[in-house]
Design a protein around this ligand. Structure first.
Ligand SMILES: NC(=O)c1ccc[n+]([C@@H]2O[C@H](COP(=O)([O-])OP(=O)(O)OC[C@H]3O[C@@H](n4cnc5c(N)ncnc54)[C@H](O)[C@@H]3O)[C@@H](O)[C@H]2O)c1
Length: 278
């Protein structure tokens, strides 16, 4: 359901994973639009750098897998900026490699950060927003929430989970005044891309492209947002094809190469940073 555009000036906005990449750009774009932004990231130094860049005081270390810590983060956001208007569940991690080689602890961490982190964030935000009858929850999924990503199956599973979560919440709370958005970017030029193959026929976008789409989704109340928009059309046309044709198209586009042809040496430092020494 689309409704009138709202003003972003003065909105209280909290962004997770805002120390780097897409989250950092989202924080910057909301700040530029006049919103009051609270920044959370497990990497406290990166969060501080984002805060300094947008002239905010930081709410530094946030681990989205800790519900009490997440609640404290939102409390701090509300103390400083007033009742929460927008939560962007953006923090996410991506282990790439053959499924049968992925350590259980890595799979667990990926599910905890990407999926449970979004569940905790959404629930805490709904609890705050419901009595007020307003608020907007933005979940950053991925194109890999709608299509498969061989070579990164658990990541794709978490993103499909975020799609199911957000689609369900939209219906569950449809008469509550709450709004939801589901962001589905293609490959984005951030640290998460380290070592990944870049198939020629698939688009690569910038964190600014995604941030502009997120800000637009909140302003104009858009639910399903693909970045770039053309990817949504491709995915929807593809979904209408019989399975053998659909899979042939995906192979021709190079979907299997994204994670399948990853340079594991180039990827190592990203894996070490996000997952420790697994
Ligand atoms: N880069 C891409 O190609 C791409 C494509 C589609 C979707 N996405 C999604 O966009 C989101 C942002 O990814 P990015 O590309 O900016 O990656 P990034 O690695 O540049 O940034 C992710 C941020 O999340 C933080 N983070 C990690 N674990 C956390 C935790 N437990 N609690 C709080 N913060 C944590 C990291 O410290 C980092 O600052 C993710 O959900 C990702 O899955 C990325």
């Amino acid at each position: 359901m689309k409704s009138e555009a709202i003003s972003l000036t003065g909105l209280s906005v909290a962004v997770t994973g805002a120390g780097n990449g897409i989250g950092r750009a989202i924080a910057q774009h909301f700040a530029r639009a006049g919103a009051r932004v609270t920044i959370g990231d497990i990497d406290g130094a990166a969060a501080e750098a984002t805060a300094a860049a947008i002239g905010e005081r930081v709410v530094a270390a946030l681990d989205v897998t800790d519900p009490d810590g997440f609640a404290a983060f939102l409390d701090a956001a509300e103390d400083r900026h007033g009742p929460l208007d927008v939560l962007v569940n953006n923090a996410g991690i991506d282990w790439i490699g053959p499924f049968h080689e992925e350590p259980d602890a890595v799979s667990r961490r990926e599910i905890e950060v990407n999926l449970l982190g979004s569940v905790y964030g959404a629930r805490l935000a709904v609890q705050r927003m419901l009595p007020r009858g307003r608020g907007h929850i933005v979940n950053v999924a991925s194109g890999a929430g709608r299509v498969p990503l061989p070579g990164s199956a658990v990541y794709a599973a978490t993103k499909h989970g975020i799609v199911g979560l957000t689609e369900s919440l939209r219906l569950e709370y449809r008469d509550s005044g709450l709004r939801f958005s589901l962001i589905q970017p293609a490959q984005v030029e951030t640290g998460m891309l380290a070592g990944q193959a870049r198939p020629r026929l698939l688009p690569i976008v910038t964190p600014d492209d995604v941030a502009a789409a997120v800000v637009g989704a909140v302003r104009d109340n858009r639910f399903e947002v693909w970045v770039p928009a053309s990817q949504g059309i491709t995915a929807k046309l593809g979904a209408a094809l019989p399975r053998p044709a659909r899979e042939a198209v995906m192979r021709a586009l190079g979907v299997g190469r994204i994670a399948g042809d990853t340079d594991r040496t180039a990827r190592r430092s990203y894996h070490d940073r996000m997952f420790g020494q697994h």
